[in-house]
Design a protein around this ligand. Structure first.
Ligand SMILES: [Zn+2]
Length: 224
């Protein structure tokens, strides 16, 4: 099977990372979660003293976007190793800026071929995004988010998938969520224009149904 590169776009809390996990499992791709990747670099004790890391960590924790040139450098390293190992890739959280799109699109095209790159927009209204983010609990072991809609609890403690401890991410506090939505509007939305100009078709998917339903709608595009 030809190696694919799938890009999932959407507001914070639209379920990009959950869908990327599904796609990775079903289609045998590597899930590249930009946010998580950056979080691990920025929180790595080895990097703690580095000036760029201190500055970027502050951006990250307050909901602002990490500087695009820093992001692009880190992502390129990672994609190259994924492609070299012979894997296809699904992105949740990249590109986040027009700059990133401009730098990553040609890079991906060279590695995977233009016709094997798919772009989806998981459409979730802003109000729903706020609701989801302000109630978000994530497992600190397996990374699964708790779907509070299906597991209603004021103070959930354990992950229903693996029993690990749930935590609230620093970037999911109300102030950061507001900043993230602003950043999305001002800096991520222009990505669509960039990709369209490059000839990409952006496939719209309603992101409000339960994740398994959303997945079925995405997966239709990969059934022959
Ligand atoms: Zn878990």
């Amino acid at each position: 099977m030809t190696k694919k590169a799938i890009v999932l776009m959407g507001v914070p809390g639209s379920g990009k990372s959950t869908q990327a996990d599904f796609l990775a499992n079903k289609l045998g791709l590597m899930h590249f979660n930009t946010g998580k990747h950056l979080e691990s670099i920025l929180n790595d004790p080895v990097n703690r003293q580095k000036k760029t890391v201190i500055k970027e960590k502050k951006n990250f924790d307050t909901g602002r976007l990490v500087t695009p040139s820093f992001v692009v450098g880190e992502i390129k390293k990672k994609i190259l190793s994924i492609a070299k190992a012979g894997w296809g890739v699904v992105f949740s959280g990249s590109p986040r800026t027009a700059y990133e799109a401009e730098k990553l699109a040609p890079f991906l095209e060279k590695l995977y071929g233009r016709s094997n790159i798919y772009v989806f927009f998981i459409d979730v209204p802003v109000a729903e995004s706020i609701k989801r983010n302000s109630k978000r609990f994530v497992c600190n072991f397996c990374g699964a988010p708790l779907l509070t809609k299906f597991y209603p609890s004021k103070n959930p403690k354990y992950c229903p998938v693996c029993g690990g401890k749930l935590y609230r991410r620093t970037l999911d506090n109300p102030a950061s969520i507001k900043v993230r939505l602003e950043e999305y509007k001002n800096r991520t939305k222009p990505v669509f224009e960039k990709l369209r100009k490059r000839g990409y078709k952006i496939i719209n998917i309603d992101g409000t149904p339960p994740p398994y339903r959303v997945f079925q709608k995405i997966n239709v595009h990969f059934k022959n």
